[in-house]
Ligand binder design. Structure first.
Ligand code: ZN
Ligand code: ZN
Length: 397
């Protein structure tokens, strides 16, 4: 089978304190401090055989995630941009759907022919943190000494290939999407978007506890995660969703998935208006009941959020940024507000409910797909992804 494999040189930066385990297993916590000169290569590999509770999935659609782009982009020293858990070489790709080809002897609930998508967090289910229910924070997943668990497409071979092996426990059936989307092709495309949509669902509803119907929501950043947040909040009965985004094509997509107001902060500033002032104006001075940060730009967004929080307001923090920013706690006291840090998508019915929303036609993330490529065109697909003009790019093996 063909597979898109990411290679990079293991070359810890001077000053990076590499642990003995990281040196031994090369499963490293901070990828951007270790991996240099990334190369994405389409190569021929044997089709893996499912053992135990493993399931062999024939991949039908796989999306390019921002993390994937950060694997191939480098800083001035040649290191990858992606700052998290990684182990190369690895077949990349973690936002996917497909059809079950073969199952291992211990698989119980999945059978050949089933349409499936998968979680990306390969949690253990046995450590203290997993047993408390916090699968997204699994100790073994994050442990450089542990080779069994990690992240699909980051530390374990992923889905930008004709086939991928996944343990049954991470899979979710998506056959219910077939009727809604009319064709298999469209259903698989929708299925490949369950994972990123679940990241937003987990932050807004599971971590932050959601909002009451009628609530005002602001979404900062309209990349795929922000776009999913807009669509989910509309489906959940938000009275109004305001989105902030600077890229013109993404502004269009934010409207397409249902945002009531889409604003470009750069344009506002040119007119001497701060984004928070606009939020206050639109909400009649009340501010937003829920802010969703999906921009990963805390230095820019947090000051704006703090100035436009409704009393009792919540902040769901999804965007990642390896930097510290000042926080004005007074606001969180006076406005009785809360900030919820969120990571991952597993557990708590997130995947199940996202699939239900898609099957009910209430959330249609296929609207954000703007480019499609074959697996042989993977290089072209990444060149396109680097331009950041798309909503979602899908590869169809
Ligand atoms: Zn992703
Ligand atoms: Zn665990």
């Amino acid at each position: 089978m063909r597979a898109a494999v990411l290679y990079a040189d293991f070359s810890p930066r001077p000053g990076y304190r590499l642990s003995d385990e990281e040196a031994r297993t090369r499963k490293v916590r901070e990828g951007n401090k270790v991996w240099k000169n990334p190369r994405l290569i389409l190569e021929e590999r044997p089709v893996p055989e499912p053992r135990g509770d493993e399931v062999l999935v024939r991949v039908k659609a796989v999306g390019i995630c921002g993390s994937d782009v950060h694997f191939v982009e480098t800083d001035e020293d040649g290191y990858i941009i992606y700052p998290g858990l990684t182990r190369f070489p690895v077949v990349i790709g973690h936002e996917f759907s497909g059809v079950v080809e073969r199952v291992g002897p211990a698989v119980r609930n999945i059978k050949p022919g089933d349409m499936v998508t998968s979680e990306e967090m390969l949690w253990c289910g046995e450590c203290d943190v997993c047993r408390m229910g916090y699968l997204n924070h699994c100790i073994r997943l994050n442990d450089p000494a542990d080779m069994e668990y990690g992240e699909l497409g980051f530390t374990h071979d992923g889905a930008m290939a004709e086939y991928v092996l996944v343990r049954e426990r991470y899979l979710w059936r998506i056959d219910s999407l077939l009727d809604t989307y009319g064709s298999e092709e469209k259903a698989f495309e929708a299925g490949s978007l369950v994972e990123p949509t679940s990241v937003s669902y987990n932050a807004i509803f599971t971590r932050a506890g959601g909002f009451k119907p009628g609530a005002y929501v602001v979404v900062w950043g309209a990349g795929p995660i922000g776009l999913a947040a807009i669509s989910l909040c509309k489906a959940a009965g938000a009275g109004m969703v305001i989105a902030f985004e600077i890229s013109e094509p993404r502004i269009e997509l934010a409207r397409k998935v249902g945002a009531d107001h889409v604003l470009n902060p750069l344009e506002l500033r040119r007119k001497g208006v701060e984004p928070y002032e606009k939020v206050l104006e639109i909400t009649g001075g009340e501010g937003a009941d829920m802010h969703v940060e999906a921009a990963g730009a805390p230095a820019q967004t947090l000051p704006q959020i703090q100035r436009s929080l409704a009393v009792g307001g919540k902040v769901a923090w999804i965007g990642r940024a390896p930097s510290e920013v000042p926080i004005y706690l007074e606001v969180f006291q006076v406005r009785r507000a809360q900030l919820f840090g969120s990571q991952g998508h597993s557990g708590w019915g997130n995947f199940k409910n996202v699939i239900r929303l898609m099957a009910a036609g209430k959330v249609d993330m296929t609207k954000i797909i703007t480019s499609r490529f074959r697996l042989e065109e993977v290089e072209k697909a990444f060149e396109r992804a680097k331009q950041r003009i798309d909503g979602k790019i899908i590869i169809r093996p």
